[in-house]
Design a protein around this ligand. Structure first.
Ligand code: IPE
Ligand code: IPE
Ligand code: MG
Length: 243
């Protein structure tokens, strides 16, 4: 697999990390074993983003709808988050990562909310890679939350105003959205922000995702022509002017 040329690299990659349960089931393991292996896959993916020079990585770790899962799985996922916060954050910090946890804080335990806040505060001045871990996140919640804030401030509802109050306002929109695990749907991820993202669906289950699978997505991204509503000829002309 050839490496995509740097100019065509996405600046911001978002990933729906799906397929942990099926990965575990195939091995006759409990679903939580798949989630644990999923943390490993995320660690590898972060390292690869650093190697490739990607500026922003946004991952979907727990959706607003995932509360509907069996209670023991939900609490295992909460425990895993708490564990990852203690174990991983110092290393991520040392590697120059700026951490954010977009998502609704209501419903999470005060201990976790505090740990999320501490990790964000401690890493706020890091510049190497912005990592957004979307936890208790839903695209519809994000839009409604931003609209409510505008209303509270008495500000007009404009695209720019609403955008400024969304959970990913600190980074631009994702250039590339990857979903692993074979499903071809967005499952209430970045509804507002993915208006012009390129989508890439991989059949690889998230715990098996690694540098090679990521490079395949980056390679495919480099082949796409992003037109943002314009014609192919206009895009080509602009490319020549900027070359
Ligand atoms: C994604 O893997 C992780 C979360 C949604 C928390 P799944 O747990 O959805 O795995 P599958 O889709 O059942 O295989
Ligand atoms: C999406 O996966 C959410 C995360 C990866 C965190 P799901 O497994 O919850 O999505 P559906 O239910 O199959 O659409
Ligand atoms: Mg799933």
């Amino acid at each position: 697999m050839s490496t995509p040329p740097p100019p065509d690299l996405p600046r911001h990659v978002a990933i729906v990390m799906d397929g942990n349960g099926r990965w575990a089931k195939k091995r006759f393991l409990p679903r939580v074993a798949g989630h644990k292996q999923g943390v490993e896959a995320l660690r590898k993916t972060v390292r690869h983003c650093l190697d490739r020079g990607i500026g922003v990585l946004t991952v979907f770790a727990f959706s607003s709808e995932n509360w509907l899962r069996p209670a023991d799985e939900v609490s295992a996922l909460m425990e895993l988050l708490a564990l990852a916060l203690t174990r991983e954050v110092p290393q991520l910090q040392a590697n120059g990562l700026q951490l954010h946890f977009p998502g609704k804080k209501q419903g999470l335990s005060p201990r976790i909310v505090q740990a999320l806040q501490d990790a964000e505060d401690a890493s706020a001045s890091n510049q190497r890679l912005v990592l957004n871990v979307c936890f208790n996140y839903g695209g519809r919640w994000d839009i409604v939350d931003a609209a409510q804030r505008l209303a509270e401030l008495g500000q007009p509802i404009t695209e720019e105003g609403l955008n400024a109050h969304t959970a990913l306002a600190h980074v631009g929109d994702p250039d590339l959205v990857i979903r692993t695990g074979g499903e071809r749907r967005i499952s209430n991820f970045l509804l507002w922000q993915s208006a012009y993202s390129e989508f890439y669906f991989s059949d690889v289950l998230w715990p098996d995702f690694g540098p090679q699978a990521m490079d395949e997505a980056l390679y495919e991204f480099a082949q796409r022509e992003r037109r943002f509503g314009k014609t192919s000829e206009q895009v080509e002309q602009e490319r020549q002017i900027h070359a």
